[in-house]
Design a protein around this ligand. Structure first.
Ligand SMILES: [Zn+2]
Length: 271
């Protein structure tokens, strides 16, 4: 095969902060707003062939969704085909990173906190890149997005200064880079959410395609940091996803990685 099929996860999230007073606490939540006109908000398949690999700033986004056949089987199937990050002899998984120099000190501290959080609950260690070949390059481009899994060489994780500098968003994008997909694309999601395509912005339906994910024996988790909000990509302020059987359960409001997010990360990487 001369062509590698690689996912680039571009978020619909252009996070708007909303503050709620709940039980006396002020909780930060986020919602999804319709895409800005110039922002390509798509879950896309990258078609990267040797000789036509774009630079890290300009991923070639091909608007087709030729992945995830139903009989293939929240880790992306690529994790069984080499897109995981390697484990060192000390049992730790070092993921080198470079952060662009255009962030403010406050923004940097949010990003650093997200990177460092993984060492508190897993064998993942994000480390400043020295001369490693494969690494993530965190920079503020147009939106929040990441490749799914290890791409090889430099791979962009875009954390826009406009709307992506939140702890949950940093963890979310890093989980993509580690090989995880959105909760609502899980292979078993139809048992847990009902997708209402009639409320989805035209052209955005592919964000709700199922993927034959490797769920690591962990349950579907409404509180996963990878679960989108119930109004994600809504064209009419009606929900695009409702939990079943109890449609009132809150979904997509995680402020940080859930226990299940941590468990499946540890299982995937055998921490
Ligand atoms: Zn995402």
């Amino acid at each position: 095969m001369t062509t590698a099929h690689i996912f680039l996860q571009i978020e619909g999230e252009y996070h708007q902060k909303r503050f709620y007073a709940v039980l006396g606490y002020r909780l930060k939540t986020f919602m999804f707003s319709p895409p800005r006109p110039r922002s390509s908000v798509k879950k896309c398949l990258l078609n990267v062939s040797h000789g036509s690999v774009r630079g890290p700033d300009e991923p070639l986004v091909v608007d087709d969704i030729a992945y995830a056949s139903e009989n293939e089987r929240n880790a992306d199937p690529c994790t069984s085909r080499g897109c995981m990050w390697g484990k060192a002899t000390d049992g730790l998984v070092y993921v080198p990173y470079v952060i662009a120099n255009h962030y403010s000190e406050r923004e940097l501290s949010v990003i650093q906190r997200g990177l460092q959080s993984f060492s508190g609950f897993s064998c993942i260690r994000f480390v400043p890149r020295s001369n490693q070949r494969d690494y993530i390059y965190i920079q503020s481009l147009n939106g929040c997005y990441s490749y799914v899994g290890r791409l090889g060489n430099s791979q962009t994780v875009s954390l826009s200064r406009q709307g992506c500098i939140y702890h949950n968003t940093v963890q979310h994008e890093l989980l993509h880079a580690l090989g995880f997909n959105h909760e609502q694309t899980r292979s078993d999601r139809d048992n847990h959410i009902r997708v209402l395509l009639q409320n989805v912005i035209s052209g955005m339906e592919h964000n709700f395609n199922k993927i034959n994910t490797l769920n690591q024996g962990t349950p579907y988790d409404y509180n996963s940091v990878m679960q989108y909000h119930r109004y994600a990509f809504s064209k009419n302020n009606q929900p695009t996803m409702v939990p079943i059987p109890n449609s009132n359960v809150e979904i997509g409001k995680a402020t940080q990685m859930s226990n299940n997010d941590i468990l499946r990360l540890n299982r995937l990487y055998q921490c």
